[in-house]
Design a binder for this molecule. Structure first.
Ligand SMILES: [Ca+2]
Ligand SMILES: [Ca+2]
Ligand SMILES: [Ca+2]
Ligand SMILES: [Ca+2]
Length: 294
């Protein structure tokens, strides 16, 4: 049990009172003097009134201008602040707020493997199939990770990823690897063949955010260094990329990576990758889809 000693000092001539807690000699300059040590080497701290939003509303119902400077510790949800009442403006002012802890980072994967990496960014739909082994043109692996990718040929194919909650994360981004393979040396992706990333927050209204088109039978493997990158803006006007020439592309001419950053922080984030081409000898291949939440 805490031992609390009160000492009231009455000074002759005028009335002055000091309250000391755990001290019999409160400072003459104080009206309330708290000593931490409350006997037997046991210490204590000063605990201000802790209120949540409803509690503070209750204070507000009775508060007047005379309460200027009143102090509380406001704790509601993730907000925890020492606050003073500013009667001049009729508001509670933060004196100090505890930092809000950042949520742990989270990464979802879709690698199109038999045993997928976890947590898995699962998807439905699409008219594609698993790709394995080497393509014909170029003669390179039709996957960028593991032993399998996902290929779409002569189709307008949209895969829809299951919704992900991004609330609490400030930096959410999608990335995947992209290649264009042909079954004959003269074919490849053309200007009308396109890979597109679409985003929705309600699974009803979709915004096209970034596209990669072909160009005059363009084909490239997963070793290209060009990145088709966009920052989400939700305006359904995609940032467009296309090779500047056709045929066999490598290095900085080959868009082997697509990224979409700045995705919104919402209860349900819906993502689609749409792949469209127009010939059985044209193959869009994707792999290593990563949704990163930070
Ligand atoms: Ca893979
Ligand atoms: Ca073509
Ligand atoms: Ca846009
Ligand atoms: Ca085509």
């Amino acid at each position: 049990m805490k031992k609390i000693a009160f000492l009231l000092l009455f000074v002759s001539g005028f009335l002055s009172a000091q309250v000391g807690i755990n001290t019999t000699s409160p400072s003459p300059a104080s009206v309330l003097h708290l000593e931490s040590l409350n006997g037997s080497n046991t210490h204590g701290g000063f605990m201000p009134p802790v209120v949540d939003q409803a509690g503070r509303d209750s204070i507000n119902a009775a508060i007047t201008a005379a309460d200027d400077g009143m102090m509380i510790y406001y704790s509601d949800g993730t907000t925890r602040c020492v606050q003073f009442y500013n009667a001049q403006d009729g508001v509670w002012v933060d004196f100090y707020c505890m930092p809000i802890p950042a949520p742990p980072s989270l990464t979802y994967y879709q690698d199109f493997e038999i045993v997928p990496n976890t947590p898995t960014l699962t998807f439905t739909g699409g008219f594609g199939s698993t790709s394995t082994g080497n393509g014909s043109f170029p003669n390179s692996p039709m996957y960028s990770e593991g032993t399998q990718g996902y290929v779409v040929s002569n189709s307008d194919s949209t895969i829809s990823f299951n919704p992900i909650t991004t609330v609490g994360f400030v930096n959410t981004s999608l990335s995947f690897d992209l290649a264009s393979f042909a079954d004959t040396s003269g074919n490849g992706a053309d200007g009308s063949d396109v890979v597109e990333v679409l985003v929705s927050t309600d699974n009803a209204t979709w915004s096209s955010e970034v596209t990669v088109n072909g160009n005059n039978n363009a084909k490239w493997d997963f070793s290209g260094t060009a990145v088709a990158s966009a920052s989400y803006d939700g305006d359904n006007t995609p940032t467009n990329y296309a090779p500047t020439s056709g045929g066999n592309l490598t290095g900085a001419n080959a868009y082997s990576k697509v990224t979409l950053s700045n995705l919104p922080s919402v209860p349900t984030l819906y993502l689609q990758i749409r792949m469209r081409n127009t010939d059985t000898n044209e193959n869009w291949v994707i792999d290593n889809v990563i949704l990163s939440l930070n």
